[in-house]
Design a protein around this ligand. Structure first.
Ligand code: SF4
Length: 614
């Protein structure tokens, strides 16, 4: 009764948790919203099916309930297709069929015995919110990280309050049982698995905007997307990471960085205070004189400072004259120098240098089209890098004084809505006809070309929808009729397309802080990342570079892509990571300002000055 197609789809779930936020306005899986455990969300159901297909878990009453609570509404198909092109509905249908068949055959339904630890956990959080049922445990046991392996916890607990977290930690200490804290996804770094208890913070979701104090107080279960949505109602903004990532977890792990970090900062710049439950069950906040000094930094791998149970996050004013633009470059050095100039002069709010791989993947609804678009940008238009800037009208005026080659939001929107036509020759030949000594991209950025481009490309949501599966066309037409879906400011604030980076294969992001005035070092590191990946036959590409600290430093991301279900690819990347580690350590020893994010792990509350200036 196992469908091979559904089994393959279920193995490909990336665990990015995009099915746990309403990023497309479709709503979220109703069962997930009601029952909260990951197993009730599409992501967990994929794990359950994969485990059944591999005989890893028995059928329990809970598993039957999980299958029954799926209404086959189709929301997850739209969400997952938008990000990864996967079709989870085939898995949802197969899971129901499996359970129906199992029950018809009157096969055994396993019953899990309670033990003393579970009884105590239930006493703290309520019977519904602590479990040792394998149908729940299994969705907390896996991660696409190539450096980790499956690990079933003994229990999963979902606290609702700080006091409940204290109670759980004290049980862990009394029974000497390890625990891990889980955010929305599975960290994709293997950090949220435990052989003991996994504490899922997904029920703690309060958001309290304190407008007068320019802060928003959040619980640990609040996602970046939901927080940004809430504060944007007040015309405000927060600096957050990936939309489905939980904000507190993000700060604890690596500190928050984004293209907005150019203006809003990183690490301790992003929060005002935070409250923790320490590993002895003690409660402290960072404004107490006796609290552990999390503003400091040690250049070594440290354990988590505790469970963050509340944080006050900085609010920033957004203005209604903000716009996003892209400035094309044919060379990396020129793009770096331009970005540094902007950052040093404090022009623009968000700044990032994107490569062809990123921009084409973000824009395209399919991997196939992304590949073609990348070739158009790089080979036909001569665009190797794009500097993305979000700024107010004064910043944009200043940039227009620095260059007249700009892809403004009107042109960007035109490109997205005519994507299926972009790989065609006609319009590129038209651009070529106007070329003199200029690069093709300089021609097509000219404002006087817009009417011509509009006439040839005929951009529309209907044209864009030609690139997607037949049954998704209507959905994409409605979706792309919404102006925000082609608005660079909105897309960067809410980052609904960034997880498309893991669409072709799971993405392993290699992140380093680098000195922005040493372009030779940045180039040398990019070349080394590429050399090592090529040596082990791993797909790789430059990711992005974001200036921070007024152009003195930058965040550099280089990406490796692997099929996390392919043993050979896992072995190759494991070997490659050893060499990558040695390479980064070498640069760190020889160049001030090169800092590997690995050492900032669990020190995300530190002041940036504590690690960037040593
Ligand atoms: S189809 Fe089932 S799993 Fe998917 S969103 Fe709807 S209820 Fe949830």
């Amino acid at each position: 009764m196992i469908s091979e197609e559904a089994k393959t789809i279920s193995s490909q779930c990336r665990h990015y948790a995009m099915c746990k936020i309403d990023f497309l306005g479709t709503g979220v899986c109703s069962a997930g919203k009601e029952y909260h455990y990951v197993s009730y969300y599409p992501q967990g159901r994929m794990d359950i099916y994969h485990a059944l297909a591999n005989d890893l878990i028995p059928v329990t009453e809970r598993l039957i309930d999980i299958a029954n609570t799926c209404t086959l509404c189709g929301i997850c198909d739209k969400q997952c297709y938008f990000v990864t092109e996967l079709r989870p509905m085939k898995v949802m249908e197969a899971l129901k069929e499996y359970v129906d068949h199992y029950l018809k055959e009157n096969r055994e339904i396993a019953i899990m015995e309670e033990d003393a630890i579970l009884v105590e956990l239930k006493g703290v959080v309520g019977a519904q919110w602590a479990t040792n049922d394998p149908a729940i445990l299994v969705s907390y046991s896996n991660d696409p990280c190539p450096l980790t392996r499956m690990q079933m916890p003994r229990y999963v607990v979902m606290p609702k309050t700080k006091d409940e977290v204290v109670g759980i930690v004290s049980i862990c200490n009394r029974f000497n049982i390890p625990y891990a804290v889980r955010g929305n996804g599975s960290s994709v770094m293997g950090c949220v698995m435990s052989e003991g208890i996994v504490i899922d913070m997904g029920r703690m979701r309060n958001i309290e905007v304190d407008r007068d104090n320019w802060k928003v107080i959040i619980d640990p279960g609040v996602s970046a997307y939901d927080l940004q949505k809430e504060v944007s109602k007040y015309g405000l903004r927060v600096n957050v990471g990936e939309p489905s990532a939980l904000v507190c977890a993000n700060i604890v792990c690596s500190g928050i960085f984004s293209l907005f970090s150019n203006a809003y900062g990183i690490a301790a710049d992003n929060y005002i205070n935070a409250e923790f439950v320490g590993n002895k069950g003690e409660v402290f906040n960072l404004n107490e004189k006796t609290a552990p000094n999390l503003f400091s930094f040690q250049y070594e791998e440290l354990p988590s400072p505790g469970i963050c149970v509340q944080a006050s996050i900085r609010l920033h004013q957004a203005t209604d004259d903000e716009e996003g633009i892209l400035i094309p470059f044919s060379s990396f050095n020129e793009a770096v120098s331009f970005s540094r100039e902007l950052s040093m002069r404090r022009i623009g709010i968000a700044i990032g240098i994107l490569g062809g791989e990123y921009i084409s993947t973000f824009m395209s609804p399919s991997s196939q089209l992304a590949g073609k678009l990348k070739a158009v940008f790089e080979d036909r238009l001569g665009i190797q890098y794009l500097v993305l800037v979000i700024g107010d009208k004064y910043a944009l005026e200043a940039i227009r004084g620095m260059t007249d080659t700009i892809i403004d939001n009107r042109l960007f929107s035109m490109l997205i809505l005519s994507l299926p036509k972009l790989p065609e020759d006609d319009w590129i030949e038209l651009v070529s006809d106007f070329e003199g000594d200029e690069n093709p991209y300089e021609v097509f950025c000219k404002k006087e070309m817009y009417p011509l481009l509009e006439a040839v490309l005929t951009p529309s949501p209907e044209l864009l929808a030609d690139a997607v599966d037949e049954d998704m066309k209507d959905f994409f037409i409605t979706l792309y009729s919404r102006p925000e879906m082609t608005n660079l400011v909105w897309l960067n604030m809410f980052r609904v397309v960034s997880s498309r980076m893991g669409r072709y294969k799971h993405i392993v992001a290699l992140i380093v802080y680098v000195p922005l005035d040493k372009t030779d070092i940045i180039n040398a590191m990019n070349s080394e990342f590429k050399r090592i990946a090529d040596k082990f036959d791993i797909k790789n590409d430059y990711g992005f570079l974001t200036p921070i600290d007024s152009g003195k430093r930058a965040v550099l991301e280089y990406d490796y892509y692997i099929d996390h279900t392919d043993r050979s690819e896992i072995e190759r990347i494991q070997k490659a990571m050893v060499e990558v580690g040695e390479m980064i350590e070498g640069f760190s020893r020889s160049t001030k300002g090169v800092k590997w994010i690995k050492y900032i792990w669990y020190q995300g509350f530190a002041r940036k000055e504590s690690f960037l200036y040593t």
